[in-house]
Design a protein around this ligand. Structure first.
Ligand code: FES
Length: 168
């Protein structure tokens, strides 16, 4: 191999090395950008959907309680799931049925409320708070309505997640 050929080889090597360094720097710059674009695809929600039940046969106008284990947020291997009572309520509105998933935690001082079939209200035994079937506070000290779980229906199966909405 002649000296000229060696020089060309060195030149080629330098070009390759510079290109490789440039590509590496480009990857370092692009990785966080691509990661931020793709991360929602791989993101695991802190509050995943939890199956409650097939609610096809829950009667309209009869709040029906289910107990489900829900995430409390954080890393699920560190934070244990907790049981939560969910009242599934099918409200009979004009020409349609509205589905809601109520928390049973009183908005006064967080006692557990229950559906009282005789009084036709959600009743809180701690201080006599009362809520109507849709969770509206109607008597006693509760300052706001019962909270509602985010929910979705897949066919007849209800799913909730431990994200509360409403309450005021
Ligand atoms: S905690 Fe329910 S009325 Fe006080």
């Amino acid at each position: 191999m002649s000296i000229a050929q060696k020089r060309i080889s060195r030149r080629k090597f330098m070009i390759l090395a510079i290109n490789a360094a440039g590509a590496g720097a480009g990857l370092l710059i692009a990785a966080p950008i691509v990661g931020s674009i793709l991360s929602p695809i791989f993101y695991k929600s802190k509050y995943p959907w939890v199956m409650v039940a097939d609610i096809q046969h829950v009667p309209v106008g009869v709040p029906t309680a289910y107990v489900v284990m829900v995430d409390q947020g954080g890393d699920s291997w560190q934070v244990p799931k907790v049981p939560r009572t969910v009242y599934v309520v099918k409200l009979n509105l004009i020409n349609q049925v509205q589905l809601i998933a109520l928390s049973n935690v009183c908005t006064h001082m967080q006692c557990d409320v229950h559906w009282d079939i005789n009084l036709n209200v959600f009743f809180c035994p701690c201080h006599g708070g009362e809520y109507s079937m849709d969770g509206t506070n109607i008597a006693g000290p509760p300052p706001q309505p019962l909270f509602r779980y985010q929910h979705k229906l897949v066919g007849n199966t209800l799913f909730i997640r431990n994200v509360l909405v409403g309450g005021s």
